[in-house]
Design a protein around this ligand. Structure first.
Ligand SMILES: [Zn+2]
Length: 114
């Protein structure tokens, strides 16, 4: 991988981490316990609890993404094999890394896994 591409990806991951962290904070605020006498407005308590479940699922996914991005950021810095598919050793296309810099597999290997 060229240094200029590496730098571009590092920047991309850093930016992405900032927005994922913001997203996590928002979701955490929405996952606060709902007190029985809380004025929820239009939503009934059951609906509020259902909503909270949705936010908790989103929060778990966001946390996972944050960890994957942090791993990618460390690997891009330290490992020569960043951007190489962990299964078939082919280069992961740069366009894919730009979209999903935390990618560890090429599209083909990812599809064969599912
Ligand atoms: Zn592969």
């Amino acid at each position: 991988m060229q240094d200029s591409d590496r730098q571009k990806l590092q920047q991309l991951i850093s930016d992405e981490l900032v927005s994922v962290k913001q997203h996590i904070e928002e979701l955490e605020a929405r996952c606060q316990p709902i007190s029985p006498d809380n004025a929820i407005g239009r939503l009934s308590r059951m609906e509020a609890i259902g909503e909270r479940g949705v936010h908790q699922t989103a929060l778990a996914a966001a946390n996972e993404r944050m960890q994957a991005l942090q791993t990618a950021l460390r690997r891009i810095d330290e490992d020569d094999d960043y951007g190489i598919c962990e299964r078939c050793d082919e280069n992961i296309p740069l366009a894919r890394l730009m979209l999903m810099p935390e990618s560890r597999y090429c599209v083909r290997c990812l599809q064969s896994e599912e």
